[in-house]
Design a protein around this ligand. Structure first.
Ligand SMILES: [Zn+2]
Ligand SMILES: [Zn+2]
Ligand SMILES: [Zn+2]
Length: 132
């Protein structure tokens, strides 16, 4: 199946923001075995509350809009609609962060990911660095 033909929907539940116990940088969003991209430490993260919310999350079928109880306690998850039998993927919610442009103070919404990135403000076109 090619990328644009595959049906998916996005989870609305993300695990809590956690920092690496070794280097104190933001860990990639997820549960289970995670690798800190800053220091390469292997960290095992469990969060029962998130697992339960994932299992109980109501997901709308992207094909027929029927609302399904996910039943799977991980993201991404593959589901099959009980009504139209379409298979689709429930993708992990990418955490977002809101930051202010240091030049024009416009609020920008970014994917919150570990590491340092260069951002160009769409309003004033200034470049600046951001790290989480
Ligand atoms: Zn680390
Ligand atoms: Zn369906
Ligand atoms: Zn700006």
């Amino acid at each position: 199946m090619s990328e644009e033909e595959s049906l998916f929907t996005q989870s609305r539940i993300s695990p809590p923001d956690l920092t690496c116990p070794r280097c104190d940088n933001l860990l990639p969003s997820g549960l289970g075995e995670l690798i800190c991209i800053m220091c390469n430490a292997e960290v095992k993260i469990e969060h029962e509350v998130t697992r339960r919310k994932w299992r109980e999350e109501r997901i709308g079928c992207p094909e027929c809009s029927k609302v399904l109880i996910c039943g799977v306690d991980k993201r991404p998850a593959n589901l099959k609609c009980s009504s139209c039998e379409t298979s689709f993927e429930v993708k992990a919610l990418k955490p977002k962060a809101e930051i202010d442009c240091p030049s024009c103070n416009r609020q920008l919404r970014l994917n919150k990911a570990p590491g340092t990135r260069e951002i160009t403000c769409p309003a004033c076109e200034i470049e600046f660095k951001i790290s989480f």
